[in-house]
Design a protein around this ligand. Structure first.
Ligand code: NAD
Ligand code: WQD
Length: 342
């Protein structure tokens, strides 16, 4: 039996493919490479000694999906494929709803017709909007995401819950990621954003390596430890391992299951900059700047539910997140050689 991993060439996907291959699972990746490089999977193969199957194709393409489900015995699907840039989603909402919402609908229709009902979905803490309180547990009511990207995740959560209600054969995990960072400890695979990074840690690491001049710290007057925004940063390898635990759980539990994947600890922007300086041995120039529209002050997870139900907790601390990011960034200052240009 084979596991289908959509978006498996991307940042979180490639780390997850590596962990599944390491446990002996057979993996087939479907990815259109719109935001990733196939080199990531070549490196996963050399790290694990096992080569994942690969189909370059789109989750919105029903014919590709039908052929894939006919040709392979798929036991379940881990669905990463989608677009994730918040600002771009404001400029190109149709593209986001098409890839993230319509893509998931097409995938689920093809799965049902093929008799495959086990699905792990990449959701996001963004569905909580401005949280009523921190830490955020899974019972916290969903908020109002402030952009089409966030709304696409909330829509898919509702759709998948309706689907599981309609047919008891479905077993679906909605994984709400907090802020994924870091890289595999080998330094061979990591995050490879195109253009100017949107997220904090890739921005810091590109300043450290000399690709960008300085970090702008968005907001220094939040009610937090030092006035800068606080987030729950989780090592991407811990996040990947959460998918293995979730998929195992679905073997014995149908319906929809929601888990926060975070560490339960928040760090401020300035704490992140200083931790990265310690890891790379360089000074990171930064300037205080106005708040970024749409940002919240602080957000971190209550990660108890995943601990209790999945036996999963994040193991890697901030120092390791920073050291692994630096190993990847300094060894691959321009990312993968075959990254798509935008
Ligand atoms: P990524 O862009 O590195 O990976 C997404 C992958 O999906 C890429 O390889 C891309 O080429 C592929 N893809 C996109 N649209 C596709 C389509 N229509 N058909 C086939 N392949 C397609 O992003 P990531 O950081 O690895 O994120 C993976 C998932 O996790 C996404 O769904 C994202 O929304 C979600 N997520 C990410 C974060 C984060 O901060 N990185 C946080 C929460 C949730
Ligand atoms: C973290 C902190 C910024 C960049 C976003 C998406 C969310 C999810 C993860 C996918 C904030 C500050 C940032 C910079 C800064 N993605 N910052 N200077 O905003 O928590 O979440 O990515 O699902 O949906 O919204 O992450 O890394 O952008 O920002 O000061 O150059 O760093 O203000 O406090 P965020 P982030």
């Amino acid at each position: 039996m084979t596991l289908l991993i959509t978006g498996g060439a991307g940042y979180i996907g490639s780390h997850t493919v590596l962990e599944f291959l390491s446990t002996g699972r057979d993996v087939l990746v479907l990815d259109n490479l719109c935001n990733s490089a196939q080199e990531s999977l070549a490196r996963v193969a050399s790290l694990t000694g096992r080569t994942p199957g690969f189909i370059q194709g789109d989750v919105r393409d029903r014919a590709t999906l039908d052929a894939l489900f006919t040709q392979h015995q798929i036991e379940g699907v881990v669905h990463f494929a989608g677009l994730k840039a918040v600002g771009e989603s404001v400029r190109q909402p149709l593209s986001y709803y098409d890839n993230n919402v319509a893509g998931t609908l097409t995938l689920c229709q093809a799965m049902a017709d093929a008799g495959v009902f086990r699905l792990v979905f990449s959701s996001s803490a963004t569905v909580y909007g401005t949280p009523a309180h921190v830490p955020i547990d899974e019972n916290c009511p969903l908020g109002q995401p402030t952009n089409p990207y966030g709304r696409s995740k909330a829509m898919v959560e509702h759709i998948l819950q309706d689907l599981a209600t309609s047919d008891p054969r479905w077993a679906i995990a909605l994984l709400r990621y907090f802020n994924p960072v870091g890289a595999h400890a080998s330094g061979q695979i990591g995050e490879d954003p195109h253009g100017i990074p949107n997220n904090l840690l890739p921005y810091i690491s590109q300043v450290a390596v000399g690709r960008l001049p300085q970090v702008s710290v968005f907001g220094s007057d939040y009610p937090t430890v030092d006035g800068t925004g606080v987030r729950d940063y989780i090592h991407v390898v811990d996040l990947a391992l959460g998918h293995l635990a979730a998929l195992d759980y679905l073997q014995a539990h149908s319906g929809t299951h929601i888990w926060n994947l975070g560490t339960g600890t928040g760090y401020s922007v300035l704490q992140m900059i200083h931790a990265f300086e310690a890891a790379c041995g360089r000074t990171i120039p930064y300037q205080l700047a106005p708040r970024r529209p749409g940002d919240i002050a602080a957000c971190w997870a209550d990660a108890q539910k995943a601990a209790q139900e999945l036996g999963w907790t994040a193991q890697r601390d901030l120092a390791q997140m920073m050291a692994d990011t630096w190993r990847w960034q300094s060894g691959n200052p321009n990312g993968y050689p075959d990254s798509p240009t935008k």
